[in-house]
Design a protein around this ligand. Structure first.
Ligand SMILES: N[C@H](CCC[C@H](N)C(=O)O)C(=O)O
Length: 289
């Protein structure tokens, strides 16, 4: 199969983007395709696969698959790249438009110069804070804020936030000492998270600035995670480190995002999106067609 693709990244969080308006792909093949394109040795190399799809509820839709083939419901860095792609390919004509994700419809606004998008603002919607909405096991309705969380004999303090996908946020004193590789795999697969969880570590620098590192469900360590940065800002407000309505600059490995948890509910994220390559992926999968 010869599959046209675009490789894009938001702060180094890179995915292979396939426009399935032009090139539909059979549903059953998608998890395997995600694994294969992501492989740096035998594929293209990426954190996963993102499809730009037709939608009945918005001009375009997005679906995202992790490196291991599992599907996530949303992706902040991916949404900024999808917004850049659809604007530059004239699938939309206004600078503001909506995008359907598996977690709901979100609003995008592109900042462009001469038709080229350099930055995108996404209204990521309202965070979900009840334990059952994360989802996380335990009592029915409580929010999970600064809750003791024992893993591998280490006691951490957990704040859990869903941005449409699940995030476990842990505040640390020094981001370089965050036990990303030591505890990321154990936490992401912990039985208390029935659907797994993205593992986020954040260090507060001041009320409007933090450092951030992530172990993503299904992909491992990535250079950035937009939904995770949003979750960390919500968690910072819940823990009294930041104020609601205040714009927070989040420093990720791959660069910075600007995030505000608005007074009226939604979380707004602003940051860059870039195109790395376009090409054809020669998928040598056997037994298809
Ligand atoms: N990197 C993405 C999130 C991917 C989440 C995915 N790993 C999941 O299974 O939920 C972001 O920028 O928001």
């Amino acid at each position: 199969m010869e599959i046209p693709f675009t490789k894009m990244h938001g702060l180094g969080n890179n995915y292979i983007y396939i426009n399935v308006f032009d090139y539909p792909i059979e549903e059953a093949l998608l998890p395997e395709l995600a694994k294969d394109v992501s492989n740096v040795h035998t594929g293209i190399g990426s954190d996963g696969l993102i499809l730009i799809t037709p939608s009945e509820r918005a001009p375009v839709g997005m679906r995202m698959f992790n490196k291991d083939g599992s599907e996530g419901k949303t992706c902040g860095n991916g949404l900024r790249c999808v917004a850049k792609y659809v604007y530059e390919h004239q699938l939309v004509s206004d600078t503001t438009f909506s995008v359907e994700t598996r977690a709901g419809v979100v609003q995008a606004e592109v900042q462009e110069k001469k038709g080229k998008v350099h930055s995108v603002t996404i209204d990521m919607g309202k965070p979900l804070l009840h334990r059952k909405d994360i989802p996380m096991k335990g009592s029915e309705t409580d929010k999970v804020v600064n809750e003791p969380f024992l893993v591998d004999e280490t006691e951490l303090r957990l704040t859990a936030v869903s941005m449409g996908n699940p995030h476990a946020v842990f505040f640390v004193d020094q981001i370089e000492k965050a036990p990303l590789y030591e505890l990321g795999p154990a936490i992401t697969g912990d039985h208390r998270f029935p659907e797994g969880v993205n593992v986020d570590f954040a260090e507060i620098i001041q009320s409007n600035e933090m450092n951030f590192r992530v172990w993503e469900r299904g992909s491992g360590v990535t250079q950035a995670c937009g939904s995770g940065a949003c979750a960390a800002v919500v968690a910072a407000v819940l823990n009294g480190f930041s104020e609601r309505g205040q714009e927070v600059c989040v420093h990720l490995t791959g660069g910075d995002l600007w995030i505000t948890w608005e007074h009226d509910g939604p979380v707004r994220m602003r940051g860059p999106a870039e195109t790395t390559a376009i090409g054809t992926y020669y998928w040598n999968k056997t037994g298809i067609i």
